[in-house]
Design a protein around this ligand. Structure first.
Ligand code: ADP
Length: 379
């Protein structure tokens, strides 16, 4: 114990030893060789942590950052022992030397433990070759998916296109039947024609919406889209709907982002017309459009004071043909939100909602700031 107290009280005291030059017999060459080698090692050991530090700062998000810091400290302290060794040729700071060595020893052991601990994780890290291989594999899978999507799109287009023609014939003959035989038909007969005609109109709406749904998908039509302009365009087209409902729509400034303009327009159209359509009877619809900027994405919000949606339907309403109301209550096909979801997901975003039944709904969707599609990777 006494020795320890004495050690620390005389930490910087150099009176117990001669400088190393006078300890034994050193030739000039031997002494300077020792000193120069120590200084060289120290210089190299100093540079390695600096390079590591720059690497950690420049290369953000590298894994096992703590091991890098520990490794840097370990090399720095090892270097310091060599500097002290060279210094001792003139000033015999043997106590400080021992302390620096102890510190270097502790940090070295810490580094060893960290290396053993993180060994499996480090082995699990993918090399750039492995990454490249995986990227190529994913690109191929994505291309195959794009192709099958394209085929599906074509199929849906042809099917709905072909369905329209017999539908047109039915509609035509129903009109003819009504105009030609109106006098001969009784009340139930006319009602039958009316119901059938309404069904054909509904079928036309369904086919058109399905066609629109099938056509959604990111092609090469990405551009810088000023969302302010898109919203203004949508509001202009919806003017009659807005006037009739007396809706008050307010919006904050919206950003310019990389997206498909036509798709962004569809999303606003669907969400805004839903907010107007599902308003509470006798209450002026108030709709707020806003956006929040996050590190990697924009979060859009469309909030209304309408009838609201029960939480149990939060997922269901985004599926095709899923509706919560009868057609007589609120018209619609149940494709709008499914189309929005498909659009947002093809833009690598998410769409969801919060709602209070009887109070209103808040639909939110995200669009990444740096949107990339398969076409960006194709050479
Ligand atoms: P549609 O409006 O043609 O029925 P959507 O896919 O747009 O189809 O919406 C699905 C269902 O979600 C609607 O039938 C409605 O019940 C509900 N919904 C959508 N938007 C709102 C809203 N803003 N407020 C309340 N309910 C909504």
């Amino acid at each position: 114990m006494n020795q320890i107290i004495e050690f620390f009280s005389k930490l910087g005291d150099t009176s117990d030893w001669p400088p190393r030059w006078y300890c034994g017999t050193w030739s000039e060459f031997h002494g300077w060789l020792y000193i120069a080698s120590d200084l060289l090692i120290w210089l190299a050991y100093m540079s390695i942590p600096l390079i590591l530090l720059r690497f950690v700062v420049v290369k953000r998000g590298i894994p096992l950052k703590r091991v890098f810091w520990l490794f840097g400290a370990f090399i720095l302290l090892c270097g310091l022992t060599h500097l002290v060794d060279a210094f001792i040729f003139w000033v015999p700071i043997y106590r400080i030397s021992a302390l620096v060595r102890l510190l270097a020893g502790i940090v070295s052991i810490g580094t060893v433990i960290a290396l053993i601990k993180y060994f499996d994780t480090a082995v699990g890290l993918r090399t750039s070759d492995e990454f490249e291989f995986e990227l190529k594999y994913r690109q191929k899978a994505l291309q195959a998916l794009e192709r099958s999507n394209e085929e599906l799109k074509q199929f849906a287009y042809v099917a709905s296109h072909d369905l329209q023609s017999p539908l047109k014939t039915i509609e035509g003959y129903l009109g003819l039947l009504e105009s030609k035989y109106k006098e001969q038909l009784d009340e139930p007969g006319l009602k039958l024609i009316k119901t059938t005609t309404n069904s054909t109109h509904r079928m036309r709406d369904l086919i058109n919406d399905l066609l629109e749904f099938s056509q959604v998908g990111l092609g090469q039509d990405l551009s810088e889209v000023p969302m302010d302009d898109v919203l203004a365009e949508v509001l202009e087209e919806m003017q009659q709907e807005i006037d009739e409902s007396g809706a008050k729509i307010t919006a904050t400034r919206l950003p310019v982002l990389r997206a498909s303009r036509i798709d962004m327009k569809r999303v606003f159209q669907n969400l805004l017309s839903n907010s107007i359509k599902y308003s509470r009877k006798g209450i002026q619809p108030e709709i707020k459009v806003s956006v929040r900027e996050k590190a990697f994405e924009w979060v859009f919000s469309i909030e209304d004071n309408g009838i609201g949606i029960d939480e149990i339907y939060f997922e269901k309403i985004f599926q095709v043909f899923q509706r919560l109301h009868g057609r007589n209550e609120y018209p619609g096909t149940g494709v709008g939100l499914a189309t929005c979801k498909k659009i947002i997901e093809t833009h690598s975003g998410r769409i969801w909602l919060n709602s209070n039944l009887g109070k209103g709904s808040n639909f939110r969707f995200t669009i990444p700031k740096d949107l990339k599609t398969i076409y960006d990777y194709e050479s």
